[in-house]
Design a protein around this ligand. Structure first.
Ligand SMILES: C[S@@+](CC[C@H](N)C(=O)[O-])C[C@H]1O[C@@H](n2cnc3c(N)ncnc32)[C@H](O)[C@@H]1O
Length: 231
């Protein structure tokens, strides 16, 4: 069900690629499926299928009926429109993009999500971190956008650690987990990230922070990359 306080957003595949330093070719070259957690009303699963890439999306909101979910996704879009009106620079994935065009990309992603989740419901799994219904090592790559650090009120440090470990568990030993952003909704960086990374290391999970450039102004985005040690 919908988690109060979270937005259901509809990012398209290209935005995911920009956030996580991926390309379509890199997705196609992966040796196995991708997990998108949380999937929200993103277009990633539907658009990747067109490329022949299997993406499984998981989100507790998928327990809701589709009309309710798409209404929440439209509200998420309207909330982003309001944010763009006051701070476009902070929210646009590229400075080359105009707010209207960016919002249209969300509208398209939301429509693709709605059609695909009806056509292929097995790719949209209702579940919530820190417990996912997937076997160990199921995915070649796991992406987690706008959840664990974006909503610290829902994920205190021990829940963040449990969530990150669960994402690692369902990812193949030679795969990786990528998490973004590492700040909350007010752009405040996670104050205990070093302690979290230390705790991950104690559990044989290596972490690094990779920076990917935002097109247009060269500003970088930080992505937490996790891999099992001794793979
Ligand atoms: C801001 S959206 C991000 C969606 C997508 N990754 C994107 O970037 O467009 C946050 C999503 O997290 C989901 N969510 C809330 N609690 C969750 C949990 N415990 N585990 C997984 N997803 C959760 C919400 O339902 C919502 O769809």
């Amino acid at each position: 069900m919908h988690t109060p306080g979270t937005l259901i957003t509809s990012r398209p595949l290209d935005e995911y690629c920009g956030l996580f330093g991926l390309t379509r070719a890199a997705l196609v070259a992966l040796p196995g499926p991708v997990l998108d957690c949380p999937g929200g009303a993103a277009g990633l699963t539907a658009e990747a299928r067109e490329l022949g890439v299997t993406v499984i999306a998981t989100d507790p909101a998928y327990a809701a009926p589709l009309p309710e979910l798409t209404a929440l996704a439209r509200a998420g879009r309207d909330s982003m429109a309001a944010r763009l009106a006051t701070a476009p620079d902070r929210h646009l994935p590229s400075t080359h993009l105009r707010p209207e065009r960016y919002l249209r990309s969300w509208d398209r992603a939301r429509r693709l999500f709605a059609a695909d989740s009806v056509a292929r419901p097995e790719r949209y799994v209702a579940a919530a971190l820190p417990r996912l219904p997937f076997a160990d090592g199921s995915f070649a790559l796991t992406l987690s956008a706008y959840l664990l650090f974006a909503y610290p009120e829902l994920f205190p440090p021990e829940q963040q650690l449990a969530g990150l470990l669960e994402l690692v568990r369902v990812t193949a030993p030679d795969g990786e987990v990528r998490v973004h952003p590492l700040h909350d909704g007010a752009a405040r960086p996670c104050p205990h990230l070093s302690r979290l990374r230390f705790a991950l290391g104690e559990r044989r999970v290596a972490s690094e922070i990779t920076r990917f450039a935002r097109p247009g102004d060269g500003r970088t985005r930080r992505v937490l990359v996790l891999r099992r040690v001794g793979r």
